[in-house]
Design a protein. Structure first.
Length: 144
């Protein structure tokens, strides 16, 4: 006995308790379900598979699995960097790959300022002086 036949027997048992119009609708729908045949060449399984593939979560997962894997960059010590063509910035003594880009950065300007402070004062404890210089530069910028 199929599932549809089992439903049909249950409906027949309670037919006297269901209004006639509802009984006819129920039987028509059971007939449609029983007579349903998927389009030629298309199986129910292929329809289910296609529906699952169109699910937003499945689509997102599929996109993630197709993403290129980033290669981990090895951490190089200073000697290896210099052998591979990196440069030492004369302004701030930092080892960099792109010297022109680095020298245009704030990091280089701050490093150069710190280097000049060490040469001038003879000590590396120059945090207060550096803060004072930064405040003076800010005042100058406001006046311009």
């Amino acid at each position: 006995m199929t599932a549809i036949e089992a439903i049909l027997y249950v409906v027949e048992d309670i037919a006297d308790k269901i209004p006639e119009g509802d009984y006819l609708k129920l039987m028509d729908n059971l007939k449609k379900v029983y007579g349903f045949k998927p389009a030629e060449g298309v199986s129910v399984m292929s329809m289910v598979v296609e529906r699952v593939r169109q699910n937003p979560i499945v689509l997102q997962h599929d996109r993630q699995t197709r993403m290129k894997i980033k290669v981990k960059q090895e951490i190089k010590d200073d000697a290896t960097k210099l052998k591979k063509g990196w440069n030492i910035c004369e302004n701030c003594d930092t080892i960099v790959l792109d010297l022109k880009e680095h020298q245009a950065s704030k990091k280089c300007r701050d490093g150069a300022c710190a280097k000049r402070l060490v040469k001038t004062t003879g000590t590396t404890e120059n945090a207060k002086l550096k803060k004072g210089i930064t405040l003076l530069k800010a005042i100058r910028v406001r006046e311009d």
